[in-house]
Design a binder for this molecule. Sequence first.
Ligand SMILES: Nc1nc2c(c(=O)[nH]1)N[C@H]1C(S)=C(S)[C@@H](COP(=O)(O)OP(=O)(O)OC[C@H]3O[C@@H](n4cnc5c(=O)[nH]c(N)nc54)[C@H](O)[C@@H]3O)O[C@H]1N2
Ligand SMILES: Nc1nc2c(c(=O)[nH]1)N[C@H]1C(S)=C(S)[C@@H](COP(=O)(O)OP(=O)(O)OC[C@H]3O[C@@H](n4cnc5c(=O)[nH]c(N)nc54)[C@H](O)[C@@H]3O)O[C@H]1N2
Ligand code: SF4
Ligand SMILES: [Mo]
Length: 722
Amino acid sequence: METSSDRKAQRICTLCEAACGLTATFVGDRVESVWANDDDVFSRGHICPKGIALAELHNDPSRLHRPLVRESAAWHEVDWSVALGTTIARLNAIREAHGDDAVALYLGNPTTHNIGLATGSGVIARTLKSKQFYSAASVDQMPKQLANELMFGDDMAWPVPDIERCETLLIFGANPVVSNGSFWMIPKFREHLRALKARGGRMITVDPRRTETARVADEHFYIQPAGDAWLLIGLINLIRAERAFPDHYRVRGRDKLFAALDRYALDDVEPHTGIERDRIEALAGTLLQSTRAVAYGRIGTTLQANGTATSFLIEVLNMALGSLDAPGGAMFPEQPFADFSRDKSVLNFDRYKSRVGGRPEVAGQFPLSAMAEEMEGTSDDRVRALICFAGNPAMSTTDSPRLKRAIADLDFHVSIDIYQSETNETADVILPGCSPFEECHYDQFFGATTFRNVARYSPAILDPQHADEWEVTLAIAFGLKRGHTPSTQELREYEDEVVAGTIARYVADPNGPLFGRDVQDIAGLIEPPRGVERLIDLGIRAGRWGDHFEAREGLTLKQLEDEPNGVDLGPVEPRLDVVVKHPDKHIDLAPAAIIEAISSLVPTEARSGFQMIGRRNVKTNNSWLHGLKRLNRGRDVVFATMHEADAAALDIVAGDTIQITGNGHSLRLPVETTTEIARGVVAFPHGHRQANYNDLVKSIDIDEPTGTGAMNGIEIEVVKAE
Ligand SMILES: Nc1nc2c(c(=O)[nH]1)N[C@H]1C(S)=C(S)[C@@H](COP(=O)(O)OP(=O)(O)OC[C@H]3O[C@@H](n4cnc5c(=O)[nH]c(N)nc54)[C@H](O)[C@@H]3O)O[C@H]1N2
Ligand SMILES: Nc1nc2c(c(=O)[nH]1)N[C@H]1C(S)=C(S)[C@@H](COP(=O)(O)OP(=O)(O)OC[C@H]3O[C@@H](n4cnc5c(=O)[nH]c(N)nc54)[C@H](O)[C@@H]3O)O[C@H]1N2
Ligand code: SF4
Ligand SMILES: [Mo]
């Protein structure tokens, strides 16, 4: 690696799931500018303000550069040996006295965008074996993950719209023009939409607000928050009445599902959705007439009271339309990175329950809404410590003030974070990481959510000025296993051990291409000499397009390194037969938890007063990056939107400050008035210190099957502020 004068390098953006290919210019170890990479095979020249701000993020003096230890209210910079030594000693003391379940893990959203941290936190989790495992999934997509798990037997089987070939695109509760997609990597959304329209296609949106995406749609449906399940049932029942359910899907439980759906009449839909019956019939007609219609749902369909049922019903609709796993429909992209470490032979749901609330585990996790109660009180088996990886849970979940207090009262809290945050202001130790330009990157998770199969890898561009997060997490895992901080030599040996252990899982998988191979042979063929890069090489070479370690021609990490614009692996192909992991290879249309959720939908009719919903902004990223100059802050971003007739009734005009109250807390926000939002709905963004949306959400406001916070559709009081 050179760090000398002006040069350029390609880099995949790690700030959101669009994973744009970018080009950065450097002078020494300063990042001068970041631009779109027009030659990237996937993002083809897309960038947003956050991507441009990566330069400022890299150069930001307020980013953490040294480990911090807190004594009373004061933070002190300390050496790595002190910070790691304290962390390991304190965690081990708590484990010894109270067991592994006394230590909770929380993996925040950027963990999934950081291969070193994601892999290293996995090593810690396997070493610690604590049931107290939480992640941003349960304030994001867990209802969809549970629907995937119950339906296909794999929580990570994501059906995503084949936007390059579909004809009618029906979007529920997502705003990809602003968000750039989620569990659907979709940079250049507007361009894909133009192409869709040019081939005679249509986009239809369903959202309580006429969003930036709805504005470029052909048709928009204002829906009452959490009313989607009713609309979906109405549509599915109308389609079933016209067309037999496709018989080429191998399914079980079909009649049971239909019986549950038949309990709802079409006339039930309007009161719960606010959408007239004739418009629902017309929409069903449009879908029936379209040869390739596909439905997709995101945050508005998962962070709501009927999240799991809604997520499941979207795929039932896709099946009823014959679109699941069909070109132009909802397809399963193939991740070039093979992960044979996950056991798919058992159902990852409700294998054990949380201590206080009896919440079922989903995909090995408890919901973040339950974290506070697991920490509170004086019971011997309570959670006493937290390892927080790139997360800000005290801002991101239901009843944030309560979780913040519970975290502050812990015996020990270590935060692995590149900034000081609302959550780690009461931590004992903060361990900082690298800038994105100092570490390698590979999108291990999101590769299964693309609209086209691609493989792209970014090596580290600059010599690291900071500790590598793979090594930091590996050192903690070593300490939890062996009781002390590793020397450089011990850390090297431990990495060898972890790599060998991972290979052992691959070669033990009878369905994997390395089955029966020799662990040491494979280890010897891995090209990078050390680092998490070794495991990336393993995953790619064992993957669908990999060389299976010299067994055939195929991809290696080295090849990807030589192709900085990425490798296009072609359109997504039908592959449902390998996606379904239930032992009988059938799609389950009637899992008990789903039938229960569909039969007891949280009603949305006859709600009076106001409900709040979230809104993302192009210049914000969840709860962080607010400090960067290039990204707006304050008044420009944090304002509420309400219907002008609702405002007028309260004597509120645009520009006034309103007071919003819920969960015993009040926030003040400037207001914008519009006719482009459903009556009774107030929208504003989450993640802002000056007005934290999640202060107003109760811990019990959840999607019942998963415990995921139902942040959208929360009842609030609104008045004009004095
Ligand atoms: N009301 C409401 N609440 C929501 C949502 C909503 O729509 N409405 N959305 C939810 C969603 S989708 C999500 S994903 C969650 C996010 O919730 P979280 O994952 O808990 O929080 P983030 O805001 O992503 O904060 C990430 C933290 O990681 C740190 N960080 C960033 N990059 C790195 C890195 O490379 N290394 C390390 N070590 N640290 C890093 C940042 O400094 C920041 O402190 O919020 C959820 N909360
Ligand atoms: N600029 C920017 N981009 C981001 C992020 C960011 O913070 N800023 N965060 C990233 C992350 S972590 C994620 S998970 C994705 C999220 O990606 P998206 O889900 O596409 O983004 P949101 O803007 O949260 O869109 C959710 C939509 O649901 C609507 N909605 C609310 N309640 C309901 C409901 O009950 N039913 C229906 N049908 N709609 C409803 C809201 O009005 C909103 O328009 O965005 C990612 N991209
Ligand atoms: S849309 Fe913006 S934040 Fe997301 S990957 Fe692209 S440049 Fe980065
Ligand atoms: Mo998210």
